[in-house]
Design a protein around this ligand. Structure first.
Ligand code: ADP
Ligand code: MG
Ligand code: ZN
Length: 612
């Protein structure tokens, strides 16, 4: 809509050309329309010309005679009732024939003089606008011209260049998609047996796990046209446009079959339709309805496969998920330890590494990271190496980049007072001590009091030896105790508390709440679900599903649970005050210590004990 007025001048120019064409046509092709070339003479002249044998061809009509003279000139004259005329003509040796062109059929003449130029005009206009659009490279102009057409980009296999081996991990998803690729390659194999390919497959998983990447890889592998469109592109300014786009997309796809249609972020149009009907979004509903209709309408055996991706599957309209539409659901989950290692390796191929990089260690430290975050980490490591003027990325770069992605950049210019730094030191050692003194806690790998851009003034990193898929009640309780450890240390040493524990409090509360409402770990409620997760992949929001009294009970129990763990942490730390002071002083001086240093000091014989 930006440049609609641009073609105005050229168009006016072509008006002139067309006008000229019409004039030329009239002059040369239909001359008698412009001037009458027939010369009129009186009857006497005609007779004398006859006598002089000046007349070649004669044509008689009711009251007129047309004739051609020796000079090739055309004449006409009006006759009287001349009974001897024919004899005279024969005597003069005239031939009878067609002289005057027949009066044109009025309809035909109108056709030629009006409609033909108009047709030519329209034709030229069409050709021009088309070549114009090409020249403008399909920018604003094309958008304006193709209202309601889908902007689906057509990818051909070679264009994306992404293959399955570019997607690390996610083996189940790849396997499921491989089948679709296979079907597009050799559909007859499936038809022989009578197997029908699912019409659509839905990729679901948290953001950044490679759903879009997988779809592109399918296009790369399948070597068929690939229509890719994002759900938000269907949301149009005008009502009905979205539906028109869907229609157009499927029309194109049907013409190009076999092919793949990929709808990214389908939740933007596929949201559950309102049952109340009050604040319904008509436009979105129309678009969704059109999508449903199109999916039902096309013939799956033709080889059109529809892929879609979303990270909020629970919000999708159930009609989309029923058999015959997106009946295959392909989970694309956060990568496990192996997957993380593989993803790191795929992205590390693009950078120069020093030889001694332990990907397994990095992958373990990056627990819970998505593919996109891991890709980002590798890039951050490379950037760090460049900043430090090195030619290779080292293990330390990668370790630091994990922290960057988790906690933000180091905030070098943030000035903490000595007192504050001391408090942060005690706080962090408090966490680490509680973690280390319990049996079911992941080992501490790093403690630092260098502030980060995320706002953290320091943090304690714990990395599990192996991946944990199940957490026991003890482990969860220990985690809560560890979260409270920071505050406990502050209180025991300084007899005052600070705001530094806000994030700890939030996390401890979330865990405690989950234990009671979702994991069935309370005596009182047992295995009753009191909360349901609404955004499984989007931060795990929950909604309460219980009576008000019960909600109050839950709150009481959460408070009790956290308090209980706080007391446990207090006990653990107060019986190790010597170590707390020693470790906190050490951290205060060194700013960052490794898990090893921490354990060495912790397990060394207490100095007081040695003196005795
Ligand atoms: P999603 O669509 O699931 O939100 P994307 O497919 O856009 O995520 O992934 C973003 C980026 O993260 C990709 O371009 C890729 O660099 C990286 N990535 C994510 N998952 C993987 C994976 N399994 N293997 C390799 N790279 C990945
Ligand atoms: Mg995506
Ligand atoms: Zn803390």
């Amino acid at each position: 809509m930006q440049k609609v007025d641009k073609p105005k001048r050229p168009l006016f120019f072509y008006y002139l050309i067309v006008l000229a064409v019409i004039v030329i046509l009239n002059v040369f092709l239909f001359p008698n329309l412009i001037e009458d070339q027939v010369k009129e003479v009186d009857y006497g002249t005609f007779l004398s010309m006859l006598d002089e044998k000046q007349v070649q061809i004669v044509q008689l009509s009711d009251d007129e005679i047309y004739f051609v003279g020796k000079d090739e000139q055309m004449y006409s004259t009006t006759t009287f009732l001349d009974l001897n005329l024919v004899d005279r003509l024969q005597a003069a040796g005239c031939k009878f024939g067609q002289v005057k062109q027949k009066e044109m059929n009025p309809l035909l003449s109108m056709l030629i003089s009006l409609i033909l130029p108009m047709a030519i005009f329209i034709l030229i206009g069409q050709l021009l606008s088309r070549s114009l659009m090409k020249r403008m490279g399909g920018s604003g102009m094309q958008n304006a011209m193709s209202f309601g057409k889908s902007n689906a980009k057509v990818y051909v296999a070679s264009e994306t260049g992404i293959k399955f081996h570019d997607v690390a991990g996610e083996d189940e998803a790849k396997e499921a998609l491989q089948e679709i690729v296979d079907f597009l390659h050799s559909p007859q194999k499936y038809q022989e047996i009578g197997a029908k390919m699912p019409k659509g497959a839905l990729l679901v998983g948290p953001p950044g796990t490679g759903k879009t990447l997988l779809a592109k890889a399918v296009a790369g592998e399948a070597e068929v046209p690939f229509f890719s469109i994002s759900g938000s592109e269907f949301v149009e300014m005008f009502v009905g446009m979205g539906a028109a786009k869907v229609r157009d997309l499927f029309k194109q796809a049907n013409e190009k079959a076999p092919c793949i249609v990929f709808i990214d972020e389908i939740d933007t149009i596929g949201k559950k339709r309102d049952t109340q009907g009050m604040n319904g979004n008509d436009e979105r509903e129309q678009t969704l309805n059109q999508l449903l209709t199109e999916m039902d309408g096309f013939d799956g055996s033709k080889g059109v496969v529809i892929l879609a991706a979303t990270n909020r599957p629970e919000s999708l309209d159930p009609a989309l998920l029923r058999p015959g539409r997106f009946d295959r659901r392909i989970p694309v989950e956060l990568p496990d330890l192996q997957g993380r290692e593989a993803i790191l390796k795929v992205h590390a191929k693009k950078i120069r590494l020093s030889d001694s990089v332990d990907f397994n260690a990095i992958a373990r430290a990056a627990s819970g990271a998505s593919g996109a975050e891991l890709a980002n980490m590798v890039n951050e490591a490379a950037l760090r190496a460049v900043r430090d003027g090195r030619k290779y990325v080292t293990q330390a770069d990668l370790e630091e980049s994990i922290e960057v992605v988790i906690a933000g950049y180091q905030k070098k210019n943030k000035v903490l007072s000595d007192k504050e730094r001391l408090i942060v030191s005690y706080h962090e050692i408090g966490h680490a001590l509680v973690a280390a003194l319990q049996s079911h806690s992941a080992p501490v790998t790093k403690i630092t009091i260098i502030p980060r851009t995320s706002g953290a003034l320091g943090y304690t990193m714990q990395v599990d030896e192996q991946e944990h898929n199940l957490l026991s009640k003890e482990e969860l309780e220990n985690k809560i105790a560890t979260f409270t450890g920071g505050r406990v240390a502050e209180e025991l040493v300084f007899h005052s508390i600070t705001t530094g524990a806000s994030n700890d409090i939030e996390q401890a509360t979330k865990l405690a709440r989950g234990m009671i409402t979702r994991y069935g770990m309370s005596e009182k409620f047992g295995m009753v679900a009191l909360e349901t997760v609404t955004g499984m992949y989007m931060g795990g929001d929950t909604s309460l599903a219980c009576a008000a009294d019960t909600a109050a009970d839950i709150d009481d129990m959460v408070v009790a649970l956290v308090k209980q763990q706080y007391e446990k942490a207090t006990e653990l730390i107060s019986s190790n005050m010597g170590k707390l002071h020693e470790l906190a002083k050490y951290l205060y001086e060194k700013e960052t210590i490794t898990g090893e240093e921490f354990m060495n000091i912790l397990t060394a014989k207490a100095p007081q004990a040695a003196e005795e």
